[in-house]
Design a protein around this ligand. Structure first.
Ligand SMILES: [Zn+2]
Length: 404
């Protein structure tokens, strides 16, 4: 080995401690799984992969018949699938539970009849959304299992199916839990953790239990934690909050490739995924071993200030298309380079119809909805593009960023 190769190897091994993590991400985003669409063979394969990784970590199947998989009946008659495993706790906390989960499904194959879809592949790999969450959960559980801390809660580890079509897998599991819901003290959900960079880490659900904030900040350090709106961000934690279980949602925010065929392995921030996995491991360890009872607090409903009030500093990074005023929505006439809208993959011509849970009909309702949020907030938006509804997450900026 020459010197350069030796240096490269040292640098590389410092960058990626767990080569298994990259291999798992590649497996979940492989063409054979075809984007893991709900109720497809690809979703089932993803579930089986996650089950085998949990088995390697020392977990056992959650269901009495020895099965890892839970059938999720869909309204159209098809069946999606959840994968659920157990890591048995120890000592006097063994009968208390911590749920750790991430959705395994994504958008499946690209519909060839849809124009305007970028070209990298015929399926949506969903590397960030949400292969990154699945492998982070597996890595965190694997680390915790090896530590054998006592006493510790038992873990219920979940790969949710059919998230992308309406949180259906977690809704089914929440209604058909293999352990008594009253014995579950807390829940952690990871969804889209593939773009951490230097941080911060976005976390919703902090207000659902009084000491969550200190637990999360300790686990994330030195990465900063940015609190986010719990009720407005659609992911699987909402179904556990509905059961009165304190729940945390970790994510790294919107990104340009989200919900496009370019959300692939090559675009992942691998070191970031590894950091999120480490943070999740520390969070699992601290929540699973804490003596706390984790009192539940209902998160505030998505209450909104009056129209005309709000934060005038909040910046979206788009200009309206005034030529298209008859449209039902806010028509984007252009996006600022590197601005919030551009970073979330929004384009000229997109018609924005929902921002942060509020319907948008025109420029005025867009401006009102925008000002109900602060710079740094992550909001879910829905746009129409080529007749298709596309969801994305926008990390809002402030006006000083625009003027820079
Ligand atoms: Zn997702």
């Amino acid at each position: 080995m020459n010197l350069l190769a030796a240096i490269w190897l040292v640098l590389f091994s410092a960058a990626v401690e767990d080569p298994g993590l990259a291999a798992k991400l590649e497996a979940l985003t492989a063409p054979e799984l075809a984007g893991r669409g709900a109720a497809t063979e690809g979703e089932r394969q993803a579930a089986n992969l996650m089950a085998s990784w949990l088995s390697d970590a020392g977990c056992r199947p959650a269901f009495d018949d020895g099965g890892w998989l839970q059938k999720v009946p869909l309204p159209d008659g098809r069946n999606a699938v959840n994968v659920v495993g157990v890591l048995v706790g120890a000592g006097d906390l063994v009968d208390r539970w911590l749920v750790v989960g991430a959705h395994i499904d994504h958008l499946g194959r690209v519909d060839p009849t849809i124009a305007g879809v970028p070209a990298p592949g015929e399926y949506y790999p969903g590397a960030g959304d949400n292969a990154s969450g699945v492998v982070s959960v597996v890595a965190a559980v694997t680390r915790f299992a090896a530590d054998q801390i006592e006493p510790r809660r038992s873990l219920l580890i979940c790969g949710f199916g059919a998230e992308e079509i309406g949180l259906l897998g977690s809704a089914h599991l929440a209604g058909n839990l293999p352990v008594p819901p009253g014995h579950i003290d807390a829940m952690i959900n990871l969804d889209a953790v593939g773009r951490l960079g230097e941080g911060p880490l976005n976390v919703a659900g902090l207000e659902t239990s009084p000491r969550f904030q200190s637990f999360v900040e300790a686990a994330a350090s030195p990465i900063a934690v940015r609190p986010q709106n719990t009720s407005l961000l659609q992911s699987d934690h909402l179904n556990f909050i509905d059961l009165g279980i304190p729940s945390l949602f970790l994510f790294t925010g919107g990104y340009a490739e989200m919900n496009s065929p370019a959300d692939d392995f090559a675009h992942l921030d691998l070191r970031g995924v590894e950091t999120v996995a480490a943070i999740t491991g520390r969070l699992v360890a601290s929540l699973a071993t804490a003596r706390d009872t984790f009192e539940f607090r209902q998160p505030p409903p998505a209450s909104r200030p009056e129209a005309g009030s709000g934060n005038r500093e909040t910046w979206f990074g788009s200009v309206p298309d005034f030529a298209d005023e008859g449209a039902d929505g806010y028509v984007i006439g252009g996006v600022a380079d590197g601005g919030p809208a551009a970073r979330a993959g929004l384009q000229k011509g997109d018609v924005l119809i929902i921002l942060g849970g509020e319907p948008v009909a025109d420029l005025a309702t867009f401006t009102t909805a925008l000002r109900h949020n602060d710079p740094g907030d992550v909001v879910e938006v829905e746009v129409l593009r080529e007749g298709r509804r596309i969801r994305s997450l926008v990390t809002l900026g402030d006006r000083s960023e625009r003027d820079r």
